[in-house]
Design a protein around this ligand. Structure first.
Ligand SMILES: Cc1ncc(COP(=O)(O)O)c(C=O)c1O
Length: 466
């Protein structure tokens, strides 16, 4: 039985963040000041003229789709491997999703394949920077400009990322960002729209003023508690003693909870709109602004853990690590690999106190509810079957990374697997000193035997958990 459980995601809030939230909450009437300061800082980061705070990214998309005046029945090219909520917003505005297949290396649309999807009815491209890996925005931007298509970026995962040195969120007509609790910068729920279009920005602000709801004390407290509980509950000790046992119980009662949410929820939320949500509270904006001041460090921490995981899993049989596009400066928000028998692997990790998930995103082109728009997207289908998201919290120690990698190796190589520490230290040495890699690597006679065997039989050697 492992000593501690390792959560998939941790918030990185400090005592100072809580202090700033409290200070904002205790100064009545300061809400507009905090929101405006957050927006200014965000606009500066994205290098856009306007950043407009919204209650969520999905509502930001709603506002945009209302204002962009896209033709009814117009086609919007969108990644098939996606979050269904986004597809629902397109449909709610009378637009038709055209699912584009994705790449296996970074989970993003294949820019080269988009051109073939453009028809006389195409009006827009919605480019999603999945898992914090920026899309190839050069090629996508060129296509949009050439074919006169409105380009929108879904940067829900991509705060603080760049493509070829340019911040994402400023490549198209507009972009949406999310600050929900599982994002790099969180405001305990919230979002941002960025654009360089003055008239569009003014229209969005006008619409935001019309939102029916206002966050009173009860709603503000609810938002705060949701975020604070998530923050406390994903810290190692409370997670191990509280959230993890609860998750174990939930999993026993409903083993496919996440998958059910992703496949059945679209049906259930038909007709739902995000319009009832109240604008961001002052304390939320103060929290967002505090994190923006250290956004580079937030991404650096995740990138470091991701690099350790990449090194430890690079030649693990059954596992394919992702490779971001050249020029993509990602934030490593989520760390995914493609794994054979991903669901069995997730189960194996679960029993070792490692929180991994296989069903957070899905191939929307295969969802029953979108059968009218179904297109063969074989790579998105393959990714859906093999993707597994592993923990990559910036707070993870190297020892914890080794534990995750060792557990994965033990799944695919039950007997005689080398310690992940040995693999990791070897990889680090290889990187620095250019030592031999892959099958030439053997730190001990038993490693040499194992590698020789594996080279003869490169497929996974057992399906049994250990
Ligand atoms: C790719 C993607 N787009 C959009 C959203 C919507 O963000 P929000 O929850 O802020 O509405 C999410 C949420 O996680 C997402 O993953």
């Amino acid at each position: 039985m492992p000593r501690t459980a390792i959560p998939r995601h941790q918030l990185e809030l400090t005592v100072q963040d809580y202090g700033r939230m409290l200070a904002a909450a205790l100064r009545p009437g300061s809400r507009d000041h905090h929101v405006a300061a957050f927006e200014r800082r965000f606009a500066a980061m994205v290098q856009c003229r306007h950043a407009i705070a919204a209650p969520s990214a999905r509502l930001g998309l709603d506002l945009l789709l209302r204002r962009l005046d896209l033709p009814a029945g117009g086609e919007v090219i969108v990644a098939a491997f996606n979050y269904f909520v986004v597809i629902e917003r397109l449909l709610a505005h009378g637009l038709r999703p055209v699912f584009a297949d994705i790449r296996r290396d970074d989970l993003n649309v294949d820019a080269a394949a988009l051109e073939g999807l453009v028809t006389p009815d195409t009006c827009a491209i919605l480019a999603t920077h999945m898992f914090g890996h920026p899309c190839r925005m050069g090629a996508i931007g060129d296509l949009a400009a050439r074919r006169k298509l409105t380009l929108i970026e879904d940067c829900a995962h991509a705060t603080g990322t760049t493509y070829r040195g340019r911040p994402v969120g400023g490549f198209g007509k507009a972009a949406i960002f999310s600050f929900s609790v599982m994002k790099l910068v969180t405001t305990f729920g919230g979002g941002m729209v960025t654009t360089n279009d003055d008239a569009l920005a003014a229209g969005l602000r006008e619409d935001l003023r019309q939102l029916p709801a206002r966050a009173g004390l009860v709603e503000a407290t609810r938002r705060f508690l949701k975020g604070a509980v998530m923050d406390a509950g994903t810290r190692t000790l409370p997670f191990t003693l509280g959230a993890w046992p609860a998750l174990r119980l939930a999993r026993r009662l409903r083993p496919n909870l996440q998958r059910d949410i992703m496949t059945q929820q679209p049906q259930r939320i038909r007709g739902w709109t995000p319009w009832g949500a109240a604008p961001l509270c002052g304390f939320q904006a103060a929290l967002g602004r505090a994190q923006l001041e250290r956004v580079a460090a937030l991404a650096d921490g995740r990138r470091q853990v991701a690099a350790w995981l990449d090194a430890a899993l690079a030649d693990c049989p059954g596992v394919q690590v992702l490779r971001p596009a050249e020029g993509a400066g990602g934030n490593a928000l989520y760390y995914g690999v493609l794994a054979d028998r991903a669901e069995e692997l997730a189960e194996h990790l679960f029993h070792r106190g490692i929180d991994a998930e296989t069903a957070e995103y899905c191939n929307c082109a295969d969802l029953d509810i979108y059968r009218e728009y179904a297109r063969p997207c074989p790579l998105a289908r393959d990714v859906q079957e093999r993707i597994i998201r592993l923990p990559n919290n910036p707070g993870m120690t190297r020892g914890q990374v080794e534990r995750v990698a060792a557990a994965i190796r033990a799944f695919y190589e039950p007997a005689g697997a080398p310690s992940a520490a040995a693999v990791l230290s070897h990889k680090t040495r290889s990187k620095a000193g250019g030592e031999p890699r892959a099958s030439a690597r053997a730190d001990s006679p038993s490693d040499q035997r194992r590698i020789a065997q594996r080279d003869l039989a490169p497929t996974p050697i057992s399906t049994r958990n250990v």
